[in-house]
Design a protein around this ligand. Sequence first.
Ligand SMILES: [Zn+2]
Length: 217
Amino acid sequence: MFIGHYSAAFAAKRAAPSLPLPLLFVACQIIDIFWGSFVLLGIEKLRIVPGFNASNDLDLYYMPYTHSLSSALVWSFGAALLCWLATPGSTARLRTAIVIGVTVSSHWTLDLLVHVPDLPLWFDSMKVGLGWWNYRTFALLLELALLWLAIAFCLPAAGAARTKYLVFGAVMSGVQVFSLLHQPPEAASVAQQLLMTYFALSVAAWWIERKSRAVSA
Ligand SMILES: [Zn+2]
C-alpha cells in the first residue's frame, strides 16, 4: 500500500489534534522509511519481476526487520514509548502515545490487505497477505477511498486548513495514480523514489500546518 497509509495519519490527527500532522505522516510510514533505507543498505531485499502482481513488479522477498508482524509490533511499541517519554507533564500523554503506536501499527495491517503473501508473521517465516494488489483497479480505489474517508473524518480538526487538506488530498491522489503508471526499473530506485516521496509529503504536511497556524494566530 502507498497513499492509503496516510489515512491512518489523518484519522490520528482527529483522535489527537495536538499531534503535528507531519509527525503522523512519518509515523504511518516509519516501517516503509526503514524498509527503503534497509533496501539501500542491502539489509532487506526486493527484486523487480515484471508482472509480479497486477499492480506492481515488486517481489518483496526479504524484509524481516520492517514488515514482519513481530517487528511491526516492536516498531509500534517503541514509537509509543518514545512519544510517552518525550511528553512528560502532558495531560494527554497516554492518549498521544497510544495514538502514535496505533498509527505505526496500522502500516502492517493495511499492507496485509494488498500484499501478496510476503509479510512474515515471525522474522522471515509464515508469510501472509490477502493479495488485493492482484485486482489493480480495486486496489487503486481502495487506496483512494481510505485516503478520502480519513480526510473527511479529519476535517473538523483541520480548522482554517480545511481547503488545504482537500487540495493536499487531490495532490496525494495524483501521486498514487502516477506511481501506478511510472514504476522505476531497479530495486534501488524504487526505494529511493519512495523515500523521497515520503519526505516530500511530510514536508508538505508540515508546511500546511505551519501556514494554517500562522493564519489562525
Ligand atoms: Zn510497507
